[in-house]
Design a protein around this ligand. Structure first.
Ligand code: SAM
Length: 480
C-alpha cells in the first residue's frame, strides 16, 4: 500500500477522522531533513534548562520543584503542544536519518499532536517520597529537588503542582502528619535505618482512592510491625486521615529500592482490594502494582488511536483477524480493540497484570481475548510458529516499557510474513525504541536472522498524555 494511501485512510480518532487533520499543519518527515536538525537532541535542551533552574538561587522552592516535575508549566498549553510537536518531528527525522531507506520515497506524515482532554490534576497515580524538607525536618513528604549524587536533596511539598489532583495532595499531607506523629523514623538511606518510606496514591475518575505505604521493617519483629500497621489504619479510618476517605489502604514491607508483589506481597490493611477505571466504555480493575496509563482521559485518546490504526475503519470486518498485543499490561489495548477483531492474544511479563487482564476481559464479557504470561522474547517466537499455520490476518501492537523490545521479539515479528501492519506505542521513541525501529526497517540481514521483508514507518501520531511535562506518547504505524 502506498504511503499516501495510508495517510488518506479514514482513521477515526475521538470522533474525528485523521483525514480532518489534513486541513491543519502536518509535517511529512523526509530523509532530506538537514543533518543539523536531525542531530539536534530535544531532550538535552530540557536537561540544560532543568539543571540551570535547580542551580539558580532566585526561585522559590515551589518554583524549583515545578521546574523539575513539570518543566513546561510556564508555557500556555498551546505552546507546550508546539514544543512537543517539534520534539516528535525531530525524533522522526532522526529515525529516517538512521534508515538506509530508498531516498526517493521519503514521506511519512507526523500528524498534529492530540491534546490531553484534561490538563490539570490529570494524574491518577502519584508517588510521594520522604526526606529532609526545606526546614530540615526529615519527615517531609513530597518530591525531590536536587540529587543524591550531589547530596543536595530537599523534599518539597507538591501542593502547587499542576499535574497532581487535590486528592493525591491531601493523602500526602495526611501521611506526613501520620509519620510525624509516629515514634518510628523515616527510611531516608537504607543503611542508616528508619522505616517509613514513600506513599503511592491511585485514584479513578469517580474519585475512589487507594493508598499504598512502603515500609522498611529493618530489625522489627512481625508483632512490632503489626502495631505500627494498626496505627496507620486507625489514623486513616478513625483519625485525622479519615478526611481522605480511602477506599483501599495497602502496605508493602520492602527492603529493596523496589519489590514486586512476588518479592514481598502488597498487604491489604483496609477496604477494597482494587479500584476500577473506565476507558472507552470498558471497565478495568486496577491492582496495587498494575501498570495503568496515568492520565485516564488521554488514555482514551491513545487507545482509540491505537485501535483505529490497528484495524482501520476502511478495512473489512474482524473475521479471521488476530491482534497480537505485546507487553499488554492489564489488557487495555487488546480489550478496547476487541470488538473490531476476531481474536486478541496478549503477552505480558507480570503475572498479576495477566490475571488482571483476564479478569478485565471477563468483567467486560469480552470472550475473544487470551493473555499469556512470560517474557515476550520467550513466548512470542514459539507462538509465531503456531500462528503461521492459522488462517487469517495478523496485526501486532507493541507497547513496551522504556527499555524497548528484546531483539528476539523484533525478529519474531519481522520474520512473520503475515504481519503487514505493526503499531508501536512508545513513551520514549528517542531511546531504546529507536533501536527497535531500526531493526524493524533495516534491510534483511541473515547474520542477525532478520530475514523477513523490511517494514517502513508510514504514519506517526503523537498523543499528549502528560501536560506541563516534556513527555509525550508516540504511536507509530509500520507497514510492509
Ligand atoms: C508501558 S506498559 C504498557 C501496558 C499496556 N499496553 C497498557 O497500555 O496498559 C509496558 C508493559 O510491558 C511489560 N513488560 C516489560 N518487559 C516485558 C517483557 N520482556 N515481556 C513482556 N512484557 C513486558 C510491563 O510489565 C508493562 O506491563
Amino acid at each position: 500500500m502506498s504511503l499516501a494511501a495510508a495517510f488518506n485512510r479514514s482513521v477515526s480518532v475521538r470522533g474525528q477522522t485523521l483525514n480532518a487533520f489534513r486541513k491543519t499543519r502536518v509535517l511529512f518527515i523526509s530523509s532530506n531533513t538537514s543533518e543539523a536538525e536531525r542531530d539536534k537532541p530535544p531532550k538535552k535542551r530540557w536537561r540544560r534548562s532543568h539543571k540551570s533552574s535547580i542551580l539558580s538561587d532566585d526561585k522559590s522552592w515551589e518554583e524549583r520543584l515545578a521546574d523539575v516535575v513539570t518543566p513546561l508549566w510556564r508555557l500556555s498549553y498551546e505552546q507546550q503542544l508546539e514544543v512537543k510537536q517539534k520534539q516528535q518531528e525531530t525524533i522522526m527525522s532522526q529515525l529516517l536519518g538512521h534508515l538506509s531507506c530508498d531516498r526517493s520515497k521519503p514521506l511519512f506524515p507526523v500528524l498534529p499532536i492530540l491534546p490531553s482532554p484534561v490538563r490539570e490534576g490529570y494524574r491518577n497515580k502519584s508517588t510521594f517520597s520522604i526526606n529532609r524538607g526545606v526546614d530540615g525536618n526529615p519527615k517531609t513528604v513530597g518530591f525531590y529537588v536536587g540529587t543524591g549524587k550531589q547530596r543536595n536533596i530537599v523534599c518539597v511539598s507538591g501542593d502547587h503542582l499542576l499535574n497532581m489532583p487535590e486528592k493525591h495532595k491531601l493523602v500526602a499531607r495526611c501521611y506526613q502528619e501520620f509519620i510525624r506523629s509516629s515514634p518510628l523514623e523515616p527510611c531516608l538511606l537504607f543503611h542508616t535505618g528508619g522505616h517509613w518510606r514513600e506513599v503511592t496514591v491511585r485514584t479513578n475518575a469517580l474519585g475512589h482512592t487507594m493508598a499504598i505505604v512502603y515500609f522498611h521493617p529493618q530489625t522489627l519483629t512481625p508483632e512490632e510491625v503489626a502495631l505500627h500497621k494498626a496505627d496507620l489504619v486507625e489514623f486513616f479510618t478513625q483519625g485525622p486521615g479519615s478526611v481522605c476517605q480511602l477506599d483501599s489502604l495497602y502496605i508493602q514491607e520492602c527492603t529493596m529500592t523496589r519489590c514486586t508483589h512476588e518479592d514481598s506481597p502488597y498487604q491489604l490493611l483496609y477496604g477494597q482490594p482494587h479500584i476500577y477505571e473506565e476507558v472507552l466504555g470498558f471497565k478495568f480493575r486496577i491492582s496495587a502494582d498494575a501498570f495503568f496509563q496515568v492520565n485516564q482521559s488521554a488514555a482514551q485518546v491513545l487507545y482509540g488511536t491505537v485501535r483505529d490504526l490497528c484495524v482501520p475503519n476502511t478495512e473489512p470486518g474482524g473475521v479471521g483477524r488476530t491482534l497480537l498485543d505485546v507487553c499488554c499490561g492489564t489488557g487495555a489495548i487488546g480489550i478496547t480493540a476487541s470488538p473490531k477483531v476476531d481474536r486478541i492474544i496478549g503477552i505480558e511479563l507480570i503475572k498479576q497484570a495477566v490475571e488482571d487482564a483476564a479478569h478485565n476481559a471477563a468483567l467486560n464479557k469480552v470472550l475473544n481475548c487470551e493473555f499469556l504470561s512470560g517474557k515476550a522474547e520467550v513466548v512470542l517466537p514459539g507462538l509465531m510458529s503456531c500462528l503461521s499455520s492459522a488462517s487469517g490476518s495478523l496485526t501486532a501492537v507493541v507497547n513496551p516499557a522504556r527499555a524497548g523490545l528484546h531483539y528476539r521479539v523484533i525478529r519474531a515479528l519481522r520474520n512473520q510474513p503475515t504481519i503487514r501492519r505493526l503499531v508501536y506505542v512508545s513513551c520514549k521513541p528517542d531511546g531504546e525504541a529507536m533501536r527497535n525501529f531500526r531493526e524493524l526497517c533495516c534491510d534483511p540481514d541473515p547474520k542477525k536472522k532478520l530475514t523477513g521483508e523490511a517494514f517502513a514507518p508510514t504514519l506517526a501520531v503523537p498523543v499528549d498524555m502528560f501536560p506541563h511535562t516534556p513527555h509525550c506518547e508516540l504511536v507509530l504505524l509500520f507497514e510492509r
